[in-house]
Write a protein that binds this ligand. Structure first.
Ligand SMILES: Nc1ncnc2c1ncn2[C@@H]1O[C@H](COP(=O)(O)OP(=O)(O)OP(=O)(O)O)[C@@H](O)[C@H]1O
Length: 233
């Protein structure tokens, strides 16, 4: 579970996040939607313990900057950051060692195959395309089976097969009780799998809807998004 309470993050005079409050429960998929500059990446970096901020954020009850929180959190950044001189296999081995995993090889192999990276196992990070790097980044985050996973713009750069697999993985993780937070500005890419959507604008959450609420109201996420974001500075 992710708990965000009264989080404000300023960059100089810019309030990138202004008093944000939300939770992502176990087995729930939450999406953060917002135009460029709305503050999505900032709150994600705060949750991942990468930025200082005002307020509190907990990962399953542990302060987000603690080791306990970091052990339970997988983060797939918008721009993959691989090691130039490690192969795909070595990246996964590195993660396995860092998290003290045993019996990880079968899971690593399954992930490599699932993302069609089998014939690239021995390629170095610097030799991979942007999409391949993104796939490796996802495999690394999934390998240690975190209880909470955060994806920042996960579909950007992925091919259709990988997008299909990733959507299946989202649903499998939800069934396993994992909390998922996914940020995107591509509404089309998220229409069919979320539980709760937060629409951000100028550092604030301007609307929150559960999927069933939208269905009952016969409202579309896209229409709601534009009603909130269009015309505002
Ligand atoms: N390192 C930084 N220094 C100063 N201002 C920053 C910094 N990072 C982000 N900002 C500002 O904070 C605000 C929120 O940016 P953020 O990157 O969180 O938006 P975003 O919703 O993730 O946008 P995008 O969809 O373009 O990735 C913007 O006004 C941005 O200019």
């Amino acid at each position: 579970m992710i708990t965000v309470n009264n989080v404000t993050k300023k960059y100089g005079k810019t309030k990138a996040n202004n008093d944000l409050n939300f939770t992502v429960k176990d087995g729930e998929i939450a999406i953060l939607l917002g135009p460029n500059g709305a503050g999505k990446s900032t709150i994600i970096k705060c949750i991942c313990g990468l930025l200082r901020f005002e307020g509190t954020i907990e990962i399953n009850g542990a302060p987000c900057r603690s080791l306990d929180a970091k052990r339970q959190l997988g983060y797939i950044p918008e721009l993959p950051a691989l090691y130039d001189m490690l192969t795909i296999e070595e990246h996964l081995e590195f993660i396995a060692r860092a998290y003290g995993l045993t019996d990880w090889k079968a899971k690593a192999d399954a992930l490599i195959e699932r993302f069609e990276l089998d014939d690239k196992r021995k390629k170095l990070g610097k030799e991979l395309s942007k999409g391949m790097q993104q796939k490796v980044s996802i495999c690394c985050a999934l390998l240690f089976e975190p209880k909470v996973i955060i994806f920042d713009e996960p579909m950007v750069g992925l091919d259709p097969h990988a997008i299909k697999e990733l959507k299946l993985i989202f649903s499998e993780l939800r069934n396993q009780g994992v909390s998922l937070l996914i940020s995107t500005h591509m509404i089309d890419s998220v229409e069919d799998y979320w539980d709760v959507a937060h629409i951000m604008m100028n550092g604030e959450i301007r609307a929150t809807r559960r999927a069933e609420e939208l269905t009952e109201a016969d409202e579309s996420l896209e229409a709601l998004f534009f009603s909130i974001t269009e015309g505002e500075a």
